[in-house]
Structures are given as C-alpha cells and as structure tokens.
Ligand binder design. Structure first.
Ligand SMILES: Nc1nc2c(c(=O)[nH]1)N(C=O)[C@@H](CNc1ccc(C(=O)N[C@@H](CCC(=O)O)C(=O)O)cc1)CN2
Ligand SMILES: Nc1ncnc2c1ncn2[C@@H]1O[C@H](COP(=O)(O)OP(=O)(O)OP(=O)(O)O)[C@@H](O)[C@H]1O
Length: 231
C-alpha cells in the first residue's frame, strides 16, 4: 500500500479523507451510529460531568472562612449590579454542597422593599417554581433534600440569582446537570434578569454552550463582575 491508498481510503479518488455516506443511511432501520449532533451533545454531557466533579471538589476543599469572605464580597458586588430592588421579587437559593451562603444578603433585600424568594423543584425536568422566603419561615425538605419554604403562593421572580458550579467567558452557567435553571429561563422570557454567582476559580474557558443553554446577564464572583465579552 502506498501513501495514496491511505489518503483516499483506498478507493482510488483524490480526497484527503474517505467520503461521508451519512446522508445515505436510513434512520428507520435502527442500529445506526448516532447522528453527529447527538454524538456531540453526548460528548459535551460527558465532559460537563467530569468538569462538575472537578469544580465541586475544588470548592469543597476551600476553608469555610474563604467561602464566607467570597460570599461577603459577592453580596457587595450584587448590590451594585442589581440596583434598586423595591417592589421586586428576587430569588436566590438555600446553599447546599459548599455553595456560597447569600441568605444574610437576601434578608437585607427584604428590608429594602423586595420580596425574597427561593426555588422549588415541583416536577422533574420542568421549570423551577418560587415561593417567598424570609428568615424564620417554616421550611421543609424538597427535591434533593434541599430546604424549601413549606407554604406560600407561587411567585414570578423579576431578578434570579443562581449559584454556578462553573461559568465561562460568555456568562454561560454550568449547574448540577438537571437543566432546571435553563428550563426556568426559557419560560421566563427575556425580561427576567438572571445573574450567576460563584467563585472566580470556577471560571472555565467555555462550557461548550448547547442550544438549550441561556447565558446569564453577568456572573458575579468575589473578584468582580464578569459580563459577556462580545454580545
Ligand atoms: N442551592 C441550590 N438550590 C437549587 C439549585 C441549585 O443549584 N442550588 N437549583 C438550580 O437550578 C435547583 C436544583 N437543581 C438540581 C439540579 C440537578 C439535580 C440532580 O439530580 N442532578 C443529578 C445529575 C443529573 C444529570 O447529570 O443528569 C445528580 O447530581 O445526581 C438536582 C437539583 C433548585 N434549587
Ligand atoms: N429548556 C430546556 N428544555 C428541555 N430540556 C432542557 C432544557 N434546558 C436544559 N435541558 C436538558 O437538561 C439537561 C441538563 O442540562 P445542563 O447540563 O445545561 O444542566 P445545568 O445547567 O448544569 O443544570 P441546573 O440548571 O439544574 O443546575 C440536558 O440534557 C438538557 O438537554
């Protein structure tokens, strides 16, 4: 076999790689390899899984005092970024798995005329719902054992603060892999103001955004506010 045999796949033509016959395959026959897009989506999902583990381990390894200092710095940046909250519904989160604790900051918003809210998973693979929260309200364990307000009407947040496991230069968010936040923003529409919060160390070059991923307006870290580079 000479070099030409390798370059053209042995078919005698002059292509640098063998021709692609994908379009000639009949999907109804089953047993076919995945479409290129589906294969790519699976590769991204696998990469995200590994990246989540790396980022969650790194966060959990930080001393509590470091995470507390980061949360305090983020709270100060958030105040600048979100502006006047009077009359607004602002959702955040009850911290789990070494997430930064922004509950003290959320409570200060109530004193400034906001309604503070927390998310609930009421149905798997559906958008999140939100209920009002204030220090001392009765809580119950929800999905994934996350504490949620035990009662109250459903609210629609004007401003959504979401914890990031990772984030990238275009403000795309990597979460725990349920797709809950993206589903929530998809139904909330472009009027909803979504901000990510997380450690500066959770920044990655790209999360390889997929069609369902919706970027944050900004991601606030202890070192400042990252806004999308070119949008
Ligand atoms: N504190 C806090 N509360 C929050 C959120 C959050 O990120 N942090 N969420 C923000 O949206 C929602 C919950 N998000 C969740 C996302 C995924 C899974 C979950 O079951 N993950 C699977 C992996 C899924 C997969 O890879 O297919 C797992 O880890 O086993 C649970 C909750 C609502 N409440
Ligand atoms: N709007 C949507 N409609 C249907 N499926 C969606 C939507 N958004 C996300 N998903 C699905 O959810 C799954 C997980 O998505 P992704 O990896 O972006 O989660 P995540 O943002 O890390 O999780 P979370 O928001 O729960 O913290 C993907 O398989 C994706 O197809």
């Amino acid at each position: 076999m000479n070099d030409d045999d390798i370059a053209d796949g042995g078919s005698g033509g002059s292509y640098a790689s063998p021709p692609c016959f994908w379009h000639e395959l009949d999907p109804s026959q089953g047993g076919l390899p995945a479409e290129p897009d589906a294969q790519q989506a699976r590769d991204v999902a696998r990469w995200r899984k590994a990246e989540r583990i790396r980022l969650l381990d790194a966060r959990a390894a930080l001393p509590l005092a470091v995470r507390e200092a980061a949360a305090a710095a983020i709270a100060a940046h958030l105040d600048r970024v979100i502006g006047d909250v009077a009359g607004k519904v602002v959702s955040a989160y009850w911290p789990i798995r070494s997430e930064l604790d922004l509950r003290p900051w959320l409570a200060t918003l109530i004193a400034r005329g906001a309604v503070a809210a927390l998310p609930l998973v009421v149905e798997k693979a559906a958008p999140l719902r939100f209920r009002a929260w204030a220090p001392g309200v009765r809580m119950t364990r929800g999905f994934w054992n996350i504490p949620v307000p035990a009662e109250g009407d459903w609210l629609t947040p004007d401003i959504l603060i979401s914890p990031v496991v990772g984030h990238d230069a275009d403000c795309y968010r990597l979460g725990y892999g349920g797709g809950y936040f993206d589903r929530t923003l998809a139904v909330a529409g472009p009027g909803a103001r979504a901000y990510g919060v997380g450690l500066a160390a959770s920044r990655i070059a790209t999360i390889y955004p997929q069609p369902h991923d919706i970027p944050m307006r900004a991601v606030v870290t202890e070192t400042g506010v990252c806004q999308p580079s070119a949008r």
